[in-house]
Write a protein that binds this ligand. Structure first.
Ligand SMILES: [Fe+2]
Length: 170
């Protein structure tokens, strides 16, 4: 049998990145215009089109026996009156959970079930947040520094952003 080899990744807190980098996914305001309310503020801010958040994925097979893990960075800022936030998603395999460990910054972890039950958890350095199966999840940076957290979830869980894009969140 061919075994996947154990690997280490390291967080560089000064450069705010993961080594080795793996896959880097960057979300700018232009990727999320439907997620903010204030159209005037969106139009104005689009001139600069800031990065709202990005994440570094360690390269792990997308199989159920594996654990995907990533470092996410949500930058500080507001669009109109709304804080920078992630797109939010359900997992494609809905009954898969996730854990976030907050490393730096201050945020809110906003969650919602398909039946519209909501729950919001604080994110601050050292918070270990458990996102149970079925809960959609989004993070919001409410501080002045980047919000940095480590996430780990079942290898084949997948992401479904579409439902959140179509639905008015909360
Ligand atoms: Fe997730």
């Amino acid at each position: 049998m061919r075994y996947f080899k154990p690997i280490n990744s390291n967080i560089d807190f000064k450069k705010i990145k993961l080594q080795p980098e793996g896959e880097v996914i960057i979300r700018k305001l232009s990727d999320m215009v439907d997620m903010y309310q204030n159209q005037e503020a969106i139009k104005e801010t689009l001139k600069e089109n800031p990065i709202i958040y990005k994440f570094y994925n360690v390269k792990i097979p997308e199989d159920k026996g594996h654990l995907q893990h990533c470092i996410s960075i949500v930058y500080p800022g507001k669009i109109g009156g709304e804080y920078y936030m992630t797109k939010g998603h359900f997992h494609k395999i809905k009954d898969t959970a996730e854990i976030y460990l907050t490393l730096k910054g201050r945020g809110k972890l906003v969650m919602q079930t398909p039946d519209n039950e909501c729950k919001i958890l604080e994110m601050k350095e050292g918070s270990i947040s458990y996102i149970p199966p079925y809960w959609a999840h989004r993070t919001i940076n409410i501080g002045k520094e980047p919000l940095i957290f480590f996430g780990v979830y079942r290898g084949d869980a997948g992401h479904n952003y579409g439902i959140i894009e179509k639905k008015v969140w909360l």
